[in-house]
Design a protein around this ligand. Structure first.
Ligand SMILES: Cc1ncc(COP(=O)(O)O)c(C=O)c1O
Length: 464
């Protein structure tokens, strides 16, 4: 017997009945998802039951959901069926999570593999071989062009990955106890991360935890000047609190802040100062992972040799903190009962591998082609309806527009109207407020993007 088949698990996964069952299940999903190929209105016959269910859910969770959305459990790529009978074109994907859209065969198959695995969850004490496979893929991909991020700690949320990264930076740089972050950054919602996140509203009623000093982000309209200003702010904070900063916290593309990318020279200038002062360089890639020309945005910006700790989330299904030898935590600092569900681990591996194998990365990879197609569509709408929407439109798989005057009310109104017309989006940014799209890069087609632009145009006309 070969070592390949010496384990019962291998024999199970190679069992022809499993292959047959998979085929049947995938065929059933394919048959039923076929009908979900276009936007559809809610079914009036389901309206009253749906409303009861939504009201009950709102009551149970202690507040209503932003959209009246409860998915039925099936979709077709960029399209998803809602339990009110409607079909929506999903260009927000749970804020960047469903990177292969809905009911994609790759994900269904990963789910079947997970379903016949022995446990639902994996954690620090007991992990399966697929946790090793995933960690290896994440680390190998990260180190491909020179980064030293040799380690990867899996976890269940972006906030937890970020929390772990902060702990590593603080422990390594003890007794430094401050963080430097960009204005308008979003880092998550734990007590520590609510302090890093530059939004007072998200801290109402919370005690102060860590001290954070803010520096301005890159301005595309004034690259050199904005770099000089950010560097001088950074030096000012370091001079004011010498030896007190443990980490420079960086979103390389501001996500919640409004979809504004930074720039290689800008980051390099800041990192140079941080390194001179032994400050850990952390890239928060929870929203950017898999959305630029490379799997990691730090690679897109050529910062391979300059990052100490990198966090990922959303698209990656489960989350992770990658770190160099230098920042390895001492025993006891980081541990978790759950590092991820078996389903998320299988899906994460399949999705990242799928993105690599299917040509999504590279300067002219699918991510950038899809971005360019979206931008062309938005430009068409902007040209036909002057003053209705404007850029900049973001980068790669992170697309945003400013509607009309960019007020928060107008952006929220647009997002709600888009939903009613069948297109899912969400807000981002403050001044101006923007409407953002996180398309399902793994499956979205140019036709889907054209359909989204048609809906945007219809809504713009209705709002004018
Ligand atoms: C840049 C960034 N960091 C951290 C988080 C927090 O991730 P999670 O909601 O999974 O805790 C988010 C979520 O939007 C994010 O965009």
């Amino acid at each position: 017997m070969s070592s390949e088949s010496s384990l019962a698990a291998q024999r199970l996964y190679n069992d022809p009945r499993v292959a047959q069952a998979k085929e049947l299940l995938l065929a059933a999903v394919a048959d039923h998802q076929k009908e979900l190929a276009d936007v559809r209105e809610p079914n009036p016959a389901l309206a009253s039951d749906y409303k009861v269910m939504l009201d009950q859910f709102s009551q149970h969770r202690g507040g209503s959901t932003f959209f009246p959305y409860l998915g039925s459990g099936i979709g077709n790529g960029s399209y998803v069926e809602i339990a009110d009978g409607s079909v929506k074109l999903d260009m927000i994907t749970g804020i960047g999570v469903h990177g292969y859209g809905h009911s994609h065969p790759l994900i269904v198959e990963a789910g079947i593999d997970a379903a016949i695995s022995d446990t639902v969850m994996q954690g620090n004490l007991q992990q399966n071989t697929n946790s090793c496979d995933l960690s290896k893929l994440l680390v190998d991909t990260a180190c491909e062009t020179g980064a030293e991020l040799k380690h990867c700690f899996l976890t269940t949320s972006g906030a937890m990955a970020n929390e772990n990264s902060l702990k590593m930076a603080f422990q390594h740089n003890h007794p430094a106890n401050r963080v430097i972050a960009f204005s308008h950054c979003f880092a998550g919602r734990t007590l520590a991360l609510a302090q890093v996140t530059d939004k007072a509203k998200y801290r109402v009623g919370l005690p102060d935890t860590i001290a954070v000093d803010y520096i301005p982000f890159f301005d595309q309209n004034a690259p050199q000047r904005s770099t000089e200003i950010a560097v001088s702010h950074l030096k000012y904070h370091i001079d004011r609190h010498p030896g007190k900063h443990a980490a420079l916290w960086m979103e390389l593309i501001q996500g919640e802040g409004g979809y504004y990318p930074g720039d290689q020279k800008f980051f390099e200038a800041l990192i140079e100062v941080a390194r001179e002062n032994n400050i850990a360089v952390i890239a928060d890639e929870v929203q950017t992972f898999c959305r630029t020309t490379r799997a990691y945005a730090f690679q897109h910006f050529g910062l391979d040799k300059l990052v100490d700790i990198v966090t990922i989330g959303k698209f990656s299904q489960l989350c992770a903190t990658l770190f160099t030898d230098e920042y390895a935590p001492k025993p006891g600092l980081i541990s978790q009962t759950f590092t991820g569900s078996t389903g998320a681990i299988f899906a994460s591996h399949a999705m990242l591998k799928g993105m690599i194998d299917n040509g999504h990365f590279g300067n002219n990879g699918k991510n950038m082609q899809l971005h360019n197609h979206f931008v062309e569509g938005l430009n068409r709408v902007a040209d036909k309806h002057p003053g209705a929407i404007s850029g900049p439109y973001g980068i790669g798989g992170m697309v945003a527009l400013t509607p009309f005057d960019g007020s928060a009310d107008v952006a929220t109104d647009m997002v709600r109207r888009l939903y009613d017309h069948g297109l899912m989006s969400f807000m981002a940014g403050g001044a101006p407020s923007r409407v953002r799209f996180l398309m399902p890069l793994g499956c979205v087609t140019e036709q889907d993007i054209d359909a989204a632009c048609d809906i945007i145009e219809a809504v713009v006309v209705a709002m004018a």
